[in-house]
Design a protein around this ligand. Structure first.
Ligand code: SAM
Length: 327
């Protein structure tokens, strides 16, 4: 079972049609236009794998929780054509995110093709467009039999694994990873690179212990206020502004935090004067995140027939490089 839909049903933020454009604009307002710190990590893993791969078969790169396709868009823009044999798979449990991944990818690709700066580079190569498919992390290899034993690089970016909040969901996801990865052969091993946000790792975020301590309702962070924390004009729909109220966090169990907030969509009467605009829609949204338990993770990795090949620390996250254990 998918923990997010189980807990939030139609309020699941990533499944809401009002969320995907706001998500992109919000992430950009928080972290800038990119590239993100993971771009070089994923790119060098892919280049390393491609350099040792000479079977002639396409290299399958699977982006779990692809969202609006950020990672695939980053990897796709590679100049010399060395990745022409790569097939990208963008998977997510939220169709609304996949729809935006496809439309924004297609628009980027169309502008790249007509950009004179790209002529003479990979523009002449015919590359397979990414496949965007709704599939839950805990079931992706079973629901996409073509991937079983054929995935060369699997990524789950920016702490996506923390979204697996149902009982056994992480364990089932790791089993699916093992099932999807190409079995060890004569070249580089197929790998999965899984990100965990420092925010959800107790030893990296001392505030977690305090928040969890105060997890009874009397202490929950209900500093409910009507003062928005983000006011962002839409780029797709002229005259529309997104207004987000601050997130309220509650601990539903000792290790799962639910973040709730509302997004109001406003039709501006005049640019920047959203207060006087007409409210077109207000949507309450939420997601849940699980605190990372390193011991349980190490056990689950082993149990799934995988081994931790490497651990890398970034500014805001840790990446686990997993390969089949070979036992
Ligand atoms: C923090 S976003 C990251 C999106 C994208 N990878 C990026 O880097 O911008 C996490 C994504 O994981 C997806 N997700 C959450 N739980 C999932 C699950 N059980 N199966 C598949 N995707 C899931 C969400 O819908 C969301 O798009």
């Amino acid at each position: 079972m998918d923990g997010q839909y189980l807990s939030h049903s139609t309020s699941y933020a990533f499944g809401s049609e009002e969320w995907p454009e706001f998500y992109d604009l919000w992430v950009e307002s928080l972290f800038g236009p990119g590239p993100s710190e993971d771009a070089s990590v994923f790119r060098s893993a892919l280049e390393r794998y491609a350099a040792g791969h000479n079977s002639g078969q396409p290299i399958n790169v699977v982006d779990i929780g692809t969202g609006t396709g950020r990672v695939i868009k980053d990897l796709w823009q590679e100049p010399g054509g060395a990745l022409e044999n790569v097939a990208f798979w963008g998977l997510d449990n939220a169709q609304a995110m996949l729809d935006r991944a496809k439309s924004t990818f297609d628009a980027l690709e169309a502008s790249r093709r007509t950009d004179p700066a790209h002529h003479g580079q990979s523009s002449s190569l015919v590359r397979l467009p990414p496949t965007w498919i709704q599939a839950p992390a805990a079931d992706f290899a079973s629901s996409l039999p073509n991937l079983a034993g054929n995935a060369d690089l699997i990524v789950f970016a920016v702490g996506g694994v923390g979204h697996l909040t149902a009982d056994d969901e992480v364990e089932r996801f790791l089993e699916q990873v093992r099932r999807a990865l190409r079995p060890p052969g004569s070249y580089e091993p197929a790998r999965a690179i899984i990100s965990v946000l420092h925010e959800m790792i107790p030893e990296k975020n001392p505030d977690l212990a305090v928040e969890r301590e105060q997890s009874n309702p009397e202490h929950s962070s209900d500093n409910v206020t009507d003062k928005p924390d983000s006011i962002i004009p839409s780029r797709d729909h002229l005259g529309i502004t997104y207004v987000k109220l601050p997130t309220v966090s509650r601990w539903s169990s000792h290790d799962v935090r639910t973040d709730s907030f509302s997004i109001t969509i406003i039709k501006d009467t005049e640019a920047g004067r959203y207060q006087e605009g007409e409210v077109l829609k207000k949507k309450e949204m939420a997601w849940s995140l699980r605190v990372f338990d390193e011991k349980a993770w190490n056990d689950a990795v082993k149990q799934a027939g995988l081994r931790i090949e490497e651990v890398k620390e970034g500014e805001i996250q840790r990446w686990y490089f997993l390969v089949p254990s070979g036992d």
